[in-house]
Structures are given as C-alpha cells and as structure tokens.
Design a binder for this molecule. Structure first.
Ligand SMILES: C[S@@+](CC[C@H](N)C(=O)[O-])C[C@H]1O[C@@H](n2cnc3c(N)ncnc32)[C@H](O)[C@@H]1O
Length: 267
C-alpha cells in the first residue's frame, strides 16, 4: 500500500488526543444551533458545520446535494426512495444528510451509524432514527440488512485494508437487489492542505489506483484517501465475491466535489 507519510502515533500525540477529548467532555455544553436554511438543529460539535456559514446555506446545500445524488443513483438502478424498506446511513455524523434523508424515508426505517457516540445519540433524539455504534475495526460488522446504504465520506478517510473491510461488511448488510452508495475523492486536490502534493497524489492514483495519508497522531488508520472509481469497483467485487456490481458513477456528484459510486447486490 503506498503511503506518503506512514508513521505510528507517538506517545505524546496519543496523550494530546486523550487530553483533548477529556477537555471537550468537561467543557460547558453549548446549545444546538437553529439556522434559517437548515432543517432541524445543528449540534454544537458538528464539525461539518463552519461558523462562517452564518445562515447554514452551505451546510444545507451539501445535504441537499447528497439527496439529489442518492436519488439519481437509485433511479439508475431502477429504484426510488419510495421502495426503500430499510436504510443505513454510515457514517451519519451529526446528520448533515440524515436530516434530509428522514424526509424521504420514514425515520423508523433508517439506521444511523457512526463511531461517535454523541453524534448517533443526537441523530436518534433529533430525527427519530435508530442509532448504531460503529467500531474502529470495520471488519465483519453487524449492520443489519438494508435496501439502501449511504456512505458519504468514510472511504475518503480509510486505508486500503479498512476500505476492503468496510466493503465486505456492506456486502453482508445489503438485501438482494440492495444499493450501496459510496463517495470517494477521485481527483488530486487543486486547493487546500494537500494541493502541494497534487503531483504525488496523481502519480499514486495512476500507478496504484489509491493513496492514503494518515492524519498526524491518528489512533487508528484514519486519514485522507483518494481512489480511482475503477479501484473501488474492483475492491467491492473482490470483497463481495463478485456479488456486488457497479450501477452508476456520478463524477463530482456530491457538492461538485466527491464522486458518487452506486453498487447493487445481485438479486
Ligand atoms: C467527514 S465525516 C462525514 C459525516 C457525514 N456523512 C456527513 O456528511 O456529514 C466522517 C465521519 O466518519 C465517522 N467515522 C470515523 N471512523 C468511523 C468508523 N470506524 N465507523 C463509523 N464511522 C466512522 C466520523 O465520526 C465522522 O462522523
């Protein structure tokens, strides 16, 4: 697996993360945010929300864009929100997409899964969905059985091994004919933190089809990841024993940023 900055967390980094988590836990709780553009409250710890987005228009637009991408992917597979009996949103975070998904699919049919306990609790309380706590290991997870899995921005953080484990777990969680929608960073970044490494990233994508750069001090293999659509297609085929097939690829389909890949488990 190519890694540009592979390193184990050193003890001081671990200590810093633990003390940061403790500080966050002890801090006085802030009230939820109610913003004109956003459906439902935003949790004060939702780091998908940025304070300069004063009325929440950007936050709302990203959520709505995901719903559009899911709708197109379902249509490509000959399905629609109306025939989804059970849906898994993993990772749900604090519900940036989930709050709108719950307007398309009855909340009691939605499972909200994340490793962040506070986030799934919030989603359950605020949007009436069923919470499910994830684990750092994504292998052989018990995720229930679903007609639709929405996986917005998790593969974008995983190394090869954990991405494969997640896709294997998704295979077991799909009903026959069920659809798993996975988003990826498919292009080297033109802006932001990793833009200076654009050429290296492009080279790794060309040579290997993927690249993972771990976050400094991450407690488990978590970081920033890029994949070619074809790499994910092959990884899902391998993880599922060829029982899961690509049905659509929507380049930059989520907020003109992440590519959206939809897969169907063979009936
Ligand atoms: C970039 S956020 C995306 C959240 C949400 N999909 C959204 O669009 O707002 C990534 C999420 O992955 C979650 N996560 C990280 N590791 C995870 C794991 N092993 N299982 C489930 N969720 C995980 C994080 O807690 C975080 O909420």
């Amino acid at each position: 697996m190519p890694q540009l900055a592979s390193r184990r967390p050193r003890a001081p980094e671990v200590a810093l993360r633990v003390s940061g988590a403790l500080r966050r836990r002890m801090r006085r709780p802030q009230p939820p945010l109610i913003l004109p553009a956003v459906t439902g409250a935003i949790h004060p710890d939702d780091d998908m929300y940025h304070p300069e987005d004063v009325d929440g228009a950007h936050y709302a637009r990203v959520g709505a864009s995901a719903i559009g991408a899911i709708e197109r992917a379902l249509a490509a597979a000959g399905r629609s929100f109306a025939d989804v009996g059970s849906c898994l949103d993993m990772p749900c975070g604090y519900g940036r997409v989930l709050r709108l998904l719950a307007q398309q699919i009855a909340p009691e049919r939605i499972t909200a899964c994340d490793i962040n306990r506070q986030a799934i609790r919030f989603c359950a309380q605020e949007f009436g969905v069923t919470p499910l706590r994830s684990t750092p290991s994504l292998d052989r997870m018990r995720l229930g059985r679903h007609d639709l899995i929405w996986c917005g921005s998790l593969v974008t953080h995983l190394d090869e091994q954990r991405a494969g484990e997640l896709l294997r777990s998704f295979t077991g969680a799909l009903e026959p004919g069920g659809i798993a929608i996975v988003t990826i960073h498919a292009e080297p970044p033109a802006m932001g933190e990793f833009a200076p490494r654009r050429d290296e990233i492009a080279r790794a994508l060309g040579e290997h089809g993927h690249l993972h750069i771990p976050y400094e001090g991450a407690l488990f293999a978590y970081g920033h990841a890029w994949h070619t659509p074809d790499h994910i297609r092959r990884a899902f085929a391998a993880a599922s024993g060829d029982s899961v097939r690509l049905v659509s690829h929507d380049p930059r389909g989520w907020d003109e940023h992440q590519d959206v890949l939809a897969f169907r488990r063979e009936p």
